[in-house]
Design a protein around this ligand. Sequence first.
Ligand SMILES: [Zn+2]
Length: 202
Amino acid sequence: MTVPLIATNILTLKYYIQKIIIRGKGDFMNYGITEKLIKNNRPGEKLFPRGVVVHSTDNKGATAENHYNYWNNNACAKSSAHYVIDWKSIIRLIPENEIAWHAGKLTNQRFIGIEICEPFNGETGKFIEAWKRAVWLTASLCIKYNWTTVNNVYSHYGVSRIFRESNHTDPYGYFARFYKSWNIFLYEVDTEIINQETLKKR
Ligand SMILES: [Zn+2]
């Protein structure tokens, strides 16, 4: 069975060479995370994350900073997330080892929550910037915790169906407004996981 093995190796080699060439053109993602921990909407309970749930804010035009201010200042919001992402930044609001209120109880006890901000209709440039940051952050978390998109990356829609704690369907509608889908998101996260792992090995 040496032949198939060689064939696989050649394919893998070709793949990595291609990646390195792409890297050479500067086409790689690397975003910083700003930590601005919120004072409110944090129960302060321990979380051992088993995956990540991706949401969208359903609050057109509101930025990551707007959400930080809302959750930081409004003691009665009764909602929060670990990360909020817009077209300019990724803000960490709650440490990954502490529960956030991004979904129902069972979901919150298991998952890190990411909220993607929504630009107005037609603001495709802003959408793409927020999307890329979400892909990058989700891939980074997968590498950090040794997670896969198949087992550990969920949409709010997905966990709503599993745990039956809500009827929320985000971020499906948001992605569709900009001609993307949940499956495309997972595909791009998978690609980005390979990209980041390749980069680490260089
Ligand atoms: Zn949601």
